[in-house]
Design a protein. Structure first.
Length: 259
């Protein structure tokens, strides 16, 4: 099963590059990107998981309602994207359940930062998808972590997909920057080896990020953003649907594999 997931959050990334952006614009950009994603998922009639901050959900009722009514899964991406306290694990879960009327069983830490699995378990989550089991300079070194799903402190860990052997990450930056033929080859290799894929993107990637004065992002972030990314995701989904690979939510994956 291919697990497409999207981290829907207040778009605070410009702060990392010394640029200011209002909360209203953070939300507007992320809502617009989420709408583009939902339109594409509707086109292909596939389901995905949306890891939402409670802050995003509280300020985007219409798009959250659409996600739920379309049969996608809502999971937690913490209460805020920029601020974390242990209490936010449970608070974000409860707020998302209140807003969506659905059970929230999954968690992903913003920026894939480490989190105490005992606290994740105590907050009531079934699974956590906060590990990228590779090395990214200045961000994380997880070569000691399993590539495939595993249990830790009674919480199912579902790491982001990386290729066998060399552990090349199949996350959002490689989705932007690799030639699509190479990306699809790596994804297919990983799928055949592991039996599933876990690939994540963000809604703000679906806006034109190539605005140096506004965002100050490096080239590897802005490449193939906006409508170009919509086309790439459309091509990716079409390719693997033609190979008759199933797409689904984390909940569906857990149920199908009796995890």
């Amino acid at each position: 099963m291919i697990l497409l997931s999207f981290d829907i959050e207040e778009f605070d990334m410009p702060f990392e590059y010394g640029k200011e952006i209002s909360f209203e614009e953070q939300m507007s950009i992320s809502i617009d990107g989420t709408t583009k994603i939902l339109d594409l998922l509707d086109k292909h009639n596939i389901k995905a998981t949306f890891f939402s901050t409670a802050t995003f959900a509280m300020n985007s009722k219409e798009v959250i309602d659409r996600i739920v009514k379309s049969g996608h899964e809502i999971a937690s991406h913490n209460y805020f994207h920029t601020d974390f306290e242990v209490k936010h694990l449970k608070e974000s879960k409860e707020k998302l359940e209140e807003l969506t009327g659905t059970e929230v069983i999954g968690f992903r830490m913003p920026r894939m930062y480490p989190v105490d699995e005992k606290e994740v378990q105590k907050a009531g989550y079934t699974y956590n998808s906060s590990i990228n089991p590779t090395y990214l300079p200045g961000r994380y070194n997880n070569f000691n972590k399993p590539r495939k799903y595993f249990y830790q402190d009674n919480v199912l860990q579902i790491p982001a997909s990386v290729s066998p052997i060399i552990r090349f990450p199949l996350f959002w930056l490689s989705f932007h920057n690799l030639p699509m033929g190479i990306y699809k080859w790596l994804a297919n290799w990983t799928y055949k080896k592991d039996g599933y894929l876990n690939i994540y993107l963000h809604p703000w990637e679906f806006t034109d990020l190539d605005k140096p004065e506004k965002f100050n992002f490096p080239g590897y972030v802005v490449k193939n953003s906006g409508d170009a990314l919509v086309k790439r995701l459309d091509e990716f989904i079409t390719h693997f649907k033609q190979k008759q690979y199933a797409f689904g939510t984390f909940k569906m994956f857990i149920e199908a594999n009796k995890l």
